[in-house]
Structures are given as structure tokens and as C-alpha cells.
Design a protein around this ligand. Structure first.
Ligand code: FAD
Length: 326
């Protein structure tokens, strides 16, 4: 079976990986160089279905709870299983209670335990929620490793567009590029930045509850921190706005004042593709399988959706074979 996967974001690479594992011959096309057009490149990489349940459907928790195990099977040793810490400024303790009332899988911890888990946060927050089952990974490392793994297994990469006619099956993983083509798909802009400082050390993603959008800081090691992310209902890409930059920096400063002296090493804005229910879908249109609508959950849900898409592709062929045999 010769399959073309369009799009080398997390959706395209995970489905390609699953299809190669099941014996298909895969070509992956993407006009973006080095993931430059992929929202996946800008992601936090949090595998945080219990926290996400605060605003997401139960299906996100159901499909995402074994995400860390799935990633471990794809790329052993890349998942960090240190949990998530959720804090709020002391004056906003009601925010923390509200978050707790909408989620499960956490325990309340107090100042002493916060200091043990994250010494940099000692004395800064009286209470926090610890979600011990959550995990995270480094999206940039994982995308590059997945690509290398696929190349080593014989997959072909085209930096550009491929001719559909050369393939028996197409898997469309073009993300936000389909906004406008698919009536139901919309874009939700997410802005982020990278800060660098040796004055703060964190071992796990920390979410700071914020009245407008949940701000999180994900440690990447060696003093590098990803700060994200805005949630703006638009598919316009373009650089981060001054307002968003100020809000993200304010949140980082509220978490730890040493972030005021950090270097801003990168800013970016990506478009999250989303359906009205904010859940991803795998659908078939003729010989094309579409996987899209990952919204805030591309890394969380892509491995599960890749398996679902591969089942759809192979069951289609089993049915064809069965029809031929009948
Ligand atoms: C700031 C930010 C933070 C986020 N944090 C998290 C997080 O912590 N955890 C999480 O699970 N999710 C997170 N997300 C969401 C996640 O990044 C997205 O859900 C995910 O990247 C969507 O992946 P995708 O592969 O569908 O799309 P993309 O990564 O956008 O990839 C689509 C690819 O298709 C290519 N393409 C376009 N047109 C064509 C064509 N005609 N032919 C071939 N290729 C084409 C593009 O060049 C692109 O490379 C975050 C998103 C943002 C923006």
C-alpha cells in the first residue's frame, strides 16, 4: 500500500509512524521547511488531560489518559512524568478552588511540599494542586526524532507538494491550512515565548491561574522556559502582539520575579485547528483520510488518533479484500 501523508506536524508524523509500523510504504510531504509552518513546533508539549478537563470534554481525558504510555512506545525515554503543578496568586485562591471543582486526579499541597517539589517557588504560594499522573515532552525534540526514525525506516520526505495520483491512499494532516476549506474548522491563535534565565529552576510544567487564559511555564532544561499560551479566536498568524507579550510576561513575573531579568529568546504564534466541539476527528472522503481539529491537544491526542486512522485505513483494505474473496 503506497500512502501519502500530507503535513509533517505531530498529526502527520504520528500517523506515518503507525502506518510504517503496520507495514505501509509512506511518503510525507510538507511545503514548510524544518517544521517552520507547523503549530506543533510552538507547542508546550504538555500531556495534561486531567488539567485540560477544566475546560475540555470528558473525551479528552478518556482518550488522553494513556498518552504518556503511547509516546513512550513511539519514542522510549522522551516523556517526563513529573506531574503538573497548578498555582494561583494568594489573593486569587478562589480560582484554585474553582479549578479543583472542575477537575479530578489532583491532590492539594501546601507551602512546605511546594518548596520540596519546586525549590524556586519556596514561600511564593500557600496552596497548589498537584496532578501527579501528568507528563510532558519537548515537542521540537520529539518532532525531529520522529522524522529521523521515519527516515531510518525508509519513509520518503518531500519538501513541497506531492502528486496525489501516485498514491493508493492519502492522509491529510495539514492542520490549520484546511481552515476555510472545511466549513466547520476554525483557527484558535496561540502565542508563546521562550525565556532564558539561570535564576529559576523548575522540574515540571507550572500553570498559573489567570482570569483571561491559563498561562503555563514548561521547563526545557538549561535555563530555557516555554511560556504559553494565548487563546484567540482567529486564524490570522503574524507576530505576537504587544498585549499578549505583556500578559505572558506578567504571568511569568507573577510566578517568579527573576523572570523579569530573563532573556526573551523567541516569540511565536501558531494556529490551532479546531472543530466546534474542540475534539479531533478522523474522517474519510473517498481515498483521503482526514485527521484534524486537534485544538489544544495535538501532542496529547495524536498517538491515539493515529491508531484510529490506521485502523480505518487497514479496515478499508480488509473490507476490499473480503469483498474480493466473496
Ligand atoms: C502555543 C501553542 C501551545 C500548545 N501547547 C500544546 C500542549 O502543551 N499540548 C498539546 O497537546 N497541544 C498543544 N498545542 C496544540 C498543538 O500544537 C496542535 O494541536 C497541533 O500542533 C496540531 O497538529 P497538526 O499536525 O494537526 O498541525 P500542524 O502542526 O500545524 O502541522 C500541519 C502541517 O501541514 C503542513 N501543510 C499545510 N498545507 C499542506 C499541504 N497542502 N500539503 C502538505 N503539507 C501541508 C504545514 O506546513 C504544517 O507543517 C499548542 C498549540 C499552540 C499554538
Amino acid at each position: 500500500m503506497r500512502i501519502l501523508v500530507k503535513g509533517a506536524g505531530v498529526a502527520g508524523l504520528t500517523v506515518a509512524h503507525e502506518l510504517v509500523r503496520r507495514g505501509a510504504e509512506i511518503t510525507i510531504s510538507d511545503p514548510g521547511r524544518n517544521f517552520s509552518r507547523a503549530a506543533s513546533w510552538l507547542a508546550g508539549g504538555m500531556l495534561a488531560p486531567w488539567c485540560e478537563r477544566e475546560s475540555a470534554d470528558e473525551a479528552v481525558l478518556e482518550r488522553g489518559r494513556d498518552s504518556a504510555d503511547r509516546w513512550d512506545a513511539i519514542l522510549p525515554g522522551r516523556v517526563l512524568r513529573n506531574g503538573t503543578l497548578v498555582v494561583a496568586p494568594n489573593r486569587d485562591q478562589n480560582e484554585l478552588k474553582r479549578f479543583a471543582s472542575r477537575t479530578t486526579g489532583y491532590r492539594w499541597i501546601e507551602e512546605r511540599e511546594i518548596a520540596t517539589l519546586e525549590p524556586s517557588l519556596a514561600g511564593r504560594f500557600r496552596h497548589a494542586l498537584l496532578f501527579p499522573q501528568e507528563a510532558h515532552l519537548n515537542p521540537r525534540e520529539v518532532l525531529q526524532l520522529l522524522k529521523n526514525d521515519l527516515l531510518a525506516k525508509g519513509a520518503n520526505f518531500i519538501e513541497g507538494l506531492a502528486d496525489d495520483g501516485d498514491f493508493t491512499e492519502i492522509v491529510d494532516c495539514t492542520g490549520a491550512a484546511r481552515v476555510g476549506e472545511s466549513r466547520e474548522l476554525r483557527g484558535v491563535r496561540g502565542e508563546m515565548l521562550y525565556l532564558q534565565t539561570q535564576e529559576v529552576a523548575l522540574s515540571r510544567p507550572v500553570r498559573l491561574l489567570h482570569p483571561r487564559f491559563p498561562v503555563y511555564i514548561v521547563p526545557r532544561g538549561e535555563g530555557l522556559f516555554m511560556v504559553g499560551a494565548t487563546m484567540i479566536e482567529t486564524d490570522s498568524d503574524g507576530p505576537i502582539t504587544a498585549r499578549s507579550l505583556m500578559e505572558l510576561l506578567n504571568a511569568a513575573y507573577a510566578l517568579h520575579p527573576a523572570f523579569a531579568d530573563a532573556a526573551i529568546v523567541e516569540t511565536g504564534a501558531g494556529i490551532r485547528p479546531a472543530f466546534p466541539d474542540n475534539l479531533p476527528r478522523v474522517t474519510r472522503q473517498g481515498k483521503t483520510i482526514l485527521i484534524n481539529g486537534f485544538y489544544r491537544h495535538g501532542f496529547l491526542l495524536a498517538p491515539a488518533m493515529a491508531a484510529e486512522a490506521a485502523d480505518l485505513i487497514f479496515s478499508g483494505h480488509d473490507n476490499d479484500r473480503n469483498r474480493q474473496c466473496a
